[in-house]
Design a protein around this ligand. Structure first.
Ligand SMILES: NC(=O)c1ccc[n+]([C@@H]2O[C@H](COP(=O)([O-])OP(=O)(O)OC[C@H]3O[C@@H](n4cnc5c(N)ncnc54)[C@H](OP(=O)(O)O)[C@@H]3O)[C@@H](O)[C@H]2O)c1
Length: 232
């Protein structure tokens, strides 16, 4: 496949490395410097790309996605912190019959973790003696807080038990690996479920799997649609 990489930061570079190892071609690498306001994402520059993978910054992602979709390129994005714009981008994908897959976290383990968190929440529903909490930790350079995955974890837990608030506490320090915990603290015991990402290669592998899957799947998708099928 010919892949356009939008965002040449830590994730963009990890994905490009892995893509080349798997025999894909990097059609274009679009960095922040080239692309103020999405200006590098022209149909000419993108022509011949089968798919784009976008990992940039919360303030840059919506414009990038808009331009990629208008150019007719199936797009995978892992940028976090732009979710308020999702309804507008979803409408554009529908209007253009485009394809978008977005995920705040591309690791396989986290999606199984989110499912388990929903089940655990169901189990604790109606037990007010337990207080529920979410903790998330990341490296100091992460721009958004709480993390997109923590917000997703909160949404999943609320699916299991809509009556709990699940407050999120965030820590940003040093090179801390991305960690998410949902816990229930009761008078005599504590239950926690946690996920820890050890390297960004796991996210890169998931994003690349999404890029391989997305062409031919119009609409707006999540990793769960890819892994478990729509509604799965
Ligand atoms: N979904 C997941 O699994 C997952 C995993 C890890 C990270 N993330 C998220 O992915 C995003 C990127 O993470 P990262 O670790 O790669 O960050 P990073 O190392 O800071 O890289 C971000 C890159 O985006 C570039 N950029 C900014 N504006 C741009 C634009 N308009 N067009 C093209 N490139 C632009 C920056 O370039 P300049 O420095 O030149 O501005 C920088 O190289 C963040 O939102 C992060 O939270 C998601």
């Amino acid at each position: 496949m010919r892949i356009a990489i939008v965002g040449n930061g830590k994730m963009g570079q990890a994905i490009a490395r892995l893509a080349e190892q798997r025999g894909h071609t990097i059609h274009a690498r679009i960095s922040g410097q080239d692309n103020a306001g999405g200006r590098a994402l022209t149909p000419d520059r993108l022509s011949g790309a089968d798919v784009a993978v976008e990992f940039t910054r919360p303030d840059a992602a919506p414009v990038n996605l808009e331009r990629l979709i208008r150019a007719g390129i199936p797009t995978v994005t892992g940028t976090t912190g732009w979710r308020d714009e999702l309804p507008r981008i979803t409408a554009l994908v529908a209007e253009r019959n485009g394809a978008l897959l977005h995920a705040a976290n591309f690791s396989l383990g986290v999606h199984l973790f989110l499912r388990a968190a929903r089940e655990l929440a169901r189990g604790f529903a109606g037990r007010p003696e337990f207080e529920a909490f979410i903790l998330e930790e990341h490296h100091a350079a992460k721009v958004d807080a709480p993390s997109g995955t923590a917000r997703e974890l909160q949404a999943r837990a609320r699916q299991g038990d809509p009556d709990r608030p699940y407050p999120i506490t965030s820590l940003r320090a040093g090179a801390t690996p991305g960690t998410h915990v949902v816990g229930y603290d009761g008078p005599y015991e504590r239950v926690t479920l946690s996920h820890e990402a050890r390297s960004r290669e796991g996210f890169a592998a998931g994003a690349l799997a999404a890029a391989e899957w997305l062409p031919g799947h119009p609409g707006v998708h999540t990793v769960e649609d890819m892994l478990f099928g729509a509604g799965g």
